[in-house]
Design a protein around this ligand. Structure first.
Ligand code: GLY
Length: 271
């Protein structure tokens, strides 16, 4: 789950997943409904409604779902505008198409075709945050000259990984991406294997933080593969983080967090 998530939202996310499972819902139902809580709550500045917009002041959301009992099937949306629950659209991409990812205008058209309503995702707080950023544009604008060492400012993201009593596993990831990101930027959250990965025989993993680096090491896939080789989830998360650290000569100038869950219900997290 996101590190910046309001504590009330965090609790509601987990209790929602639990309630869905208790009522006989699938792990994917539980993960989707749980992530919807965060997407719809404007107190979470990093996911969906109320999140910080891109550099031009509008939201482009990324999300993915992956479901073990559905044959480890997956769906994703990227740069989706004006829809409050991108993970639910990602689920429909998985369930109602033979595609894996829809982006931008195509994703929006698909969402509207399935009855999603276009809404304004900007809250007053997010607008003020954006204006303050515009008024203080500096090295935090995501553009930088070639070869310059740069300390990235991340946004954040929600991953929910669910294991049910049958041993079935699903995961959902959703994000606004980086605060004030360049229009069209897509991070790791909708990339299967980077921001999310599920193998129903092994476990699941998700990533938050600086998505470009998660993509470069296939972070979630790598964590699940390490669990397949016998690592506990905590070891697997550490392995992925160490891989990233090593790629940056021991001094990564960004944050990245990996969470993982195995079939036995053990979980791990490392940043
Ligand atoms: N991990 C979220 C992003 O980079 O978009």
């Amino acid at each position: 789950m996101t590190s910046k998530t309001n504590p009330y939202v965090k609790e509601k996310v987990t209790t929602t997943a639990w309630d869905v499972l208790k009522k006989g819902g699938s792990p994917l139902d539980a993960a989707e409904k749980a992530v919807n809580v965060s997407e719809l709550d404007p107190r979470d500045p990093t996911v969906g409604y109320g999140g910080d917009p891109n550099e031009e002041g509008f939201h482009q959301l990324d999300a993915s779902v992956m479901s073990g009992p559905d044959g480890n099937n997956a769906g994703a949306v990227a740069a989706l505008e004006s829809i409050k629950t991108p993970c639910s659209v990602a689920r429909l991409v998985m369930e109602r198409t033979d595609h894996l990812m829809l982006v931008g205008k195509g994703a929006l058209k698909f969402a509207k075709m399935h009855g999603f309503k276009e809404e304004n995702l900007m809250t007053e707080e997010a607008r003020q945050h954006w204006v303050a950023w515009k008024e203080n544009l500096s090295e935090r604008d995501y553009y930088h000259p070639p070869k310059k060492e740069y300390e990235h400012e991340e946004g954040d993201t929600i991953n929910v990984l669910v294991l049910d009593a049958n041993g079935d596993i699903a995961g959902v990831t959703s994000t606004v991406g980086h605060h004030f990101k360049i229009v069209g930027r897509v991070g790791d959250s909708p990339i299967i294997g980077a921001g999310l990965y599920v193998d129903n025989n092994i476990g699941a993993a998700g990533a938050t933080g600086h998505g470009a680096e998660s993509i470069k090491v296939c972070a979630s896939f790598l964590a699940v593969e390490k669990m397949r080789e016998g690592m506990a989830p905590q070891q697997a998360c550490r392995f992925v983080c160490q891989r990233v650290i090593d790629r940056h000569n021991g001094k990564p100038m960004f944050g990245l967090k990996i969470v993982a869950l195995n079939k036995a219900g053990d979980c791990g997290c490392c940043s």
